[in-house]
Write a protein that binds this ligand. Structure first.
Ligand code: ADP
Ligand code: MG
Length: 287
């Protein structure tokens, strides 16, 4: 019977680390024509490391110390990387007040009486000399994400952070393509870094997206077919909800897990083609 087939499909998923929240989700995922992936924490491991610190008006330790202070209140993966680097360097961070996130742009806080920002190069573009812009471009060509420590008037320093693509990302995307499903990366990160990370993965890249832009891209993809969104962060929850099927990376935040229709408990990108195959097999048994 139909309910029995669905129930056994869902339990087959559970055995393989694919948590499917009900029959409707199981049915829908096999019809997906496009899979949109968040970059950080979904296609990448999501544990970025600071690789370079460049001082402009300060020595490198000063850059790390102030950037760490500004990032102390943020849960963004970039913030965690900066804080870990400051800790490893044995720096004690000055207190920060009035900490505030600027979604898709960076964070700001008051430290030692000054309002400081850690921002994307795009958000800090007006403060970048040609030399700094070239340095940042070189980091980005290398697949690193650069952020700028600055005040209202000038850049104080630059930090570069690297995150690695998940080991199985390439095979998983080849697998999706073999299933006739298109893959797209959606990211708030810049296009150079996004393309460097996507290199050889064979997927479309949509970069420089603000949170609301991601929803617009999902709507545009939905106009052409059925869309699954795969994400891990709090900031991915609206996109997971907007897609026809939202799938959370199991190691992600509770908000993503709650919003999603399914979750990949083993944190493999390959869970996505597995879900599609399981859905198609289950629905094929019913028809
Ligand atoms: P993603 O699509 O990777 O989740 P976000 O929208 O969270 O991207 O961030 C986009 C960009 O905004 C980052 O690449 C970074 O340049 C900047 N940014 C966001 N949050 C922070 C932060 N806490 N510290 C520094 N930069 C940040
Ligand atoms: Mg993410």
């Amino acid at each position: 019977s139909v309910p029995a087939a669905i129930t056994s499909g869902i339990s087959a998923g559970t055995r393989r680390g694919l948590l499917i929240k009900g029959g409707a989700a199981l049915e829908q995922i096999g019809r997906v024509t496009t899979v949109a992936f968040d970059k950080t924490g979904t296609l990448t491991v999501g544990r970025p490391q600071v690789t370079d610190v460049h001082g402009v008006t300060l020595p490198r330790e000063g850059v790390l110390r102030l950037a760490g202070a500004v990032e102390a209140g943020s849960s963004h993966p970039l913030a965690k990387a900066v804080l870990a680097a400051a800790r490893e360097a044995g720096l004690s961070l000055p207190p920060a007040t009035d900490a505030r996130a600027r979604a898709g742009h960076g964070v700001q806080a008051t430290v030692e009486g000054r309002t400081l920002h850690v921002s994307s190069p795009r958000a800090a573009a007006a403060l970048l000399t040609p030399d700094l812009a070239a340095r940042i471009a070189a980091f980005e060509e290398d697949g690193k994400t650069a952020v700028v420590l600055h005040d209202a008037h000038e850049a104080l320093g630059i930090l570069a952070v690297r995150d690695e693509a998940r080991e199985d990302a390439r095979a998983a995307i080849a697998d999706l393509n073999a299933l006739g499903v298109k893959a797209v990366m959606l990211t708030g990160d810049n296009a150079r870094t996004a393309h460097a990370i996507a290199g050889g993965l064979n997927l479309d890249v949509q970069a420089d997206l603000l949170p609301e832009d991601k929803l617009r891209v999902i709507d545009a993809l939905k106009a052409q077919g059925s869309v699954a969104m795969i994400g891990d962060g709090i900031n991915d929850a609206p996109a997971l909800a907007r897609a026809d099927v939202g799938v959370a990376m199991g190691g992600g935040t509770d908000v993503a897990l709650e919003t999603a229709d399914a979750a990949l408990l083993r944190e493999r990108v390959g869970g996505v083609p597995d879900l599609i195959r399981l859905s198609r097999a289950t629905m094929g048994n019913i028809r």
